[in-house]
Every structure is written in structure tokens, then in C-alpha cells.
Design a protein around this ligand. Structure first.
Ligand SMILES: [Fe+2]
Length: 247
């Protein structure tokens, strides 16, 4: 069995340091890895990244993250990623990592993702070049996520994004902003590989549970949704009824 702790949208700045740490110190008792679904900081500054590294660095379990839109706000995503990497945190963007856990290989493929909307109500690559650039950005990131998922050799495969791959986990958000919260192209990428679980954040007013058209369980782990330091999901569990138990 592999136990995955997950949260998103932790938005760390000076005032947040210390808030998560007591629960994070308990992680080895309840989970084998921690995955964070983006929006690690408020405004994507290096100072905030250092706060993030203080709060989530040097834990007793591996920590894997993707960046979110907030982490791009200051155009310092490379510096921000370096601060996190220096603290032992694995930062994914269109690539993957494999962790050895309890004799199993946990594969995590990650990308921030982008918007565009969902089947029947999505942006299309037509007209102005700005519109083509918007849709093209999502197409490119979805393609990289799919390629990373399909090329990862492991026993349990997890997709980690900031933006949502399905609309079900957005329920609670205004319908009008769905195209800015995720894209069905991310869901297609997830369905193109034997993905066991898809985690995302970004939608603070959304819902926890959904499923891709191909049947992959999707969990919105935004902190405002799960309302605790992290949820824990089980993969490769012996108990067939224990599908993705939420702690
Ligand atoms: Fe976000």
C-alpha cells in the first residue's frame, strides 16, 4: 500500500509559517509522501518561497510539488523553484519522478496546467492570435503532461496539476469562471495513461471528488476545500473497498 498525503493552495508567506508544521511532523505516521498541487505562495516572490521551504522543507517523507498561477505572479518561477529544490522539494513541470515506497514504485507526473474550459463550453483556437496563444498554452501543457504520464514506469501513477482536469471538482465555483479554472485537455492527458489518481487545486470553492471520462478518480485538494493540513489517499491497497480513503 502507498499512502499519499495531498494539499494545494497553501499560499505560504511569513504569517503562515508554523501553521502547517505540527501536522507535517506527523506525516511519517500517516503517509509515505506529500504532494502539493500548486499555489505554494501568495505572489510568487523568492521571500515567500523561502517561507514555503521553511514550512514544507526537510520533512521525513518526500515532498513533490507543482507551481500554481500565484507562483508565477512575480515572474520569478525559476528562482522560486530553485529555492524549493534546495530545500529537498521535488518540483515538477511537464515531467515526472519515481519514488520507492514500501517496495513499490510511486510515479508522479506533474504540470501546472492552464485554463480553457470543458467539453461543450471551452475556448477554441480560432480568431485572434491572443486566443490562439491562450488555447495553445493549454494544448502544450496537456501534451507534456500526457507524455510524462505515459513515459513513467511505476506501480502506481499519480497526476499532479494546479488547474482542474474535470468540471465535477469545480462544483461550488461560479460557472462563468470554469474556463479559468481548468481544461478538459488535462483530463484527456490523464486518461491517456494508466493513471490511478489525479490531484489538483486552484478551485477554493470547488468540491473534493470527481472522475475523468476514462474513470480516473480526481481529487481537488485545495486547502480551502479539504479544510485540513492534508488529506491522505491510499493506492495499491489490499482492501478492494478502500478505494482512495480520505483520512
Ligand atoms: Fe490558483
Amino acid at each position: 500500500m502507498i499512502r499519499i498525503a495531498a494539499v494545494g493552495d497553501v499560499h505560504v508567506d511569513k504569517d503562515v509559517v508554523g501553521r502547517y508544521r505540527p501536522a507535517l511532523e506527523q506525516l511519517p505516521d500517516v503517509a509515505d509522501a506529500l504532494l502539493i498541487a500548486g499555489d505554494l505562495t501568495r505572489h510568487g516572490t523568492v521571500d515567500e518561497a523561502k517561507c514555503m521551504a521553511t514550512e514544507f522543507g526537510n520533512l521525513a517523507v518526500p515532498v513533490v510539488v507543482v507551481l500554481g498561477n500565484h507562483d508565477h505572479q512575480s515572474d520569478q518561477e525559476a528562482e522560486l523553484s530553485q529555492v524549493l529544490t534546495d530545500a529537498g522539494i521535488i518540483v515538477l513541470e511537464g515531467d515526472s519522478t519515481v519514488l520507492e515506497i514500501n517496495g513499490h514504485r510511486l510515479g508522479v507526473a506533474g504540470a501546472k496546467g492552464f485554463g480553457g474550459g470543458f467539453a461543450g463550453a471551452c475556448a477554441s483556437s480560432f480568431g485572434e492570435r491572443e486566443m490562439k496563444a491562450f488555447v495553445g498554452t493549454t494544448e502544450a501543457v496537456a501534451e507534456k503532461l500526457g507524455a510524462a504520464l505515459r513515459s513513467t514506469e511505476c506501480d502506481a501513477l499519480v497526476a499532479l496539476t494546479h488547474y482542474a482536469p474535470v468540471p465535477e471538482t469545480l462544483v461550488g465555483e461560479p460557472l462563468e469562471i470554469y474556463p479559468f479554472l481548468g481544461s478538459y485537455l488535462l483530463g484527456q492527458a490523464i486518461d491517456s495513461a494508466p493513471t490511478a489518481l489525479a490531484l489538483h487545486g486552484h478551485a477554493h470553492h470547488g468540491s473534493e471528488r470527481g472522475r475523468t471520462p476514462g474513470g480516473v478518480p480526481v481529487r481537488n485538494v485545495a486547502h480551502a476545500v479539504i479544510k485540513q493540513a492534508y488529506n491522505v489517499y491510499q493506492l495499491l491497497s489490499d482492501n478492494v473497498d478502500a478505494e482512495l480513503v480520505s483520512a
